[in-house]
Design a binder for this molecule. Structure first.
Ligand code: TRP
Length: 337
């Protein structure tokens, strides 16, 4: 069996970093027909680990993320889309996995460490937040997933999941599947920089282009993009390093030959930023226009979108219950069977 599980926190609308890091890959895998099962999860319970005070926003973003999923081409007929918090089995699994993970190991998780620094939790880290890598291990293993397509920032989560699987299997027999991460082939897609040139496109940093941004907004954001501060006159030789416009062309433009020519011209001098930006805007518009159109269609029918999530959640819950049953039997805590 080849099974995929992946997902996103509903903390906002999805952006181009999500698109090249994971969404585009998911759609490709979905349509390849190579997978027996594909589960795509909206991780609302994980979002609540650091947004406990704003559940209404999380609720609203569940709908936004679902729209983004459908808009990029995830198809409920081929992929099971579901909501994490409604699959209670995940939290039972989390509780048992907690016993095989140390607090020190959680504190060493590089992604958690980064987020703690970014969010200024200092010493008041919610326990649920510290433990979310354990919950993520439950998300993955509850579906017997062997492939997890995600961006590079999720690599430490997969590493920790694999440790938990090995530990559980060592204690209770071969009950869980050890998953592999699947990163995008194209290196620049693994971590897309923000439009300001910062290392990562992120809502918190406010440097995103959203899948739902309209044409005008996209054009304005590209216009503001960080390029080469030394490239003052068009005739000056330009530099590619850290030049976000070219990084984005590498990530989004299929026509590699044209990009190579432009890079050469830019470095030689004589190619202005305005021209390169205009070209990038066109490339992005070609990708975003069909996404926007599909989004608008689904947006008109919220009941249908919620029904799709409800149906998906039912399917997901059945699979998670099967795995939880297997784990509880192996742990000999099936007293009433
Ligand atoms: N941590 C992921 C994010 O930041 C969301 C997520 C939760 C996830 N559980 C997962 C991703 C399981 C892959 C597999 O968006």
């Amino acid at each position: 069996m080849k099974t995929i599980l992946t997902g996103d926190r509903p903390t906002g609308k999805l952006h181009l970093g999500h698109y090249v890091g994971s969404l585009r890959e998911r759609v490709r895998l979905q349509n390849s027909g190579e997978f027996d099962k594909i589960f795509i999860m909206i991780a609302d319970a994980q979002a609540l680990t650091d947004h406990a005070g704003t559940p209404a926003a999380v609720r609203e973003n569940i709908f936004n993320v679902a729209l983004d999923y459908l808009a990029v081409g995830l198809d409920p007929a081929k992929s099971t889309l579901f909501i994490q918090s409604q699959v209670a089995e995940l939290f039972e699994l989390t509780a048992y996995y907690m016993n095989v993970v140390t607090v020190a190991r959680l504190e060493r998780n590089p992604t958690v460490k980064n987020e703690i620094a970014q969010k200024n939790f200092s010493t008041s880290i919610p326990a649920g937040f510290l433990c979310y890598p354990i919950s993520q291990a439950a998300d993955i293993t509850a579906f017997d997933a062997n492939i997890v397509p995600v961006g590079e920032d999720q690599a430490p989560m997969l590493e920790q999941t694999r440790e938990i699987v090995r530990k559980m299997n060592e204690l209770y027999g071969e009950i869980l599947v050890e998953p592999d991460i699947l990163l995008p082939q194209n290196q620049v897609c693994r971590r897309l920089p923000g439009i300001d040139g910062k290392a990562k496109m992120s809502k918190t940093l406010g440097n995103c282009i959203y899948l739902s941004d309209d044409s005008k907004t996209v054009a304005a954001k590209v216009k503001d993009m960080y390029t080469d501060p030394l490239h003052i006159r068009v005739s000056d030789p330009g530099h590619l390093e850290g030049n976000v416009v070219f990084t984005y062309l590498d990530a989004f433009c299929e026509d590699k030959e044209t990009v190579a020519e432009m890079k050469e011209h830019y470095q030689r001098g004589g190619l202005g930023d305005v021209k390169v930006k205009r070209f990038l805007t066109e490339v992005l518009e070609d990708i975003l226009t069909p996404i926007r159109n599909r989004r608008a269609e689904y947006e008109k029918n919220p009941a249908e979108v919620m029904k799709m999530l409800k149906d998906g959640t039912k399917v997901a819950r059945e699979k998670a219950a099967e795995v939880l049953g297997r784990v509880k039997r192996a742990m000999k805590i099936n007293y009433f069977d």
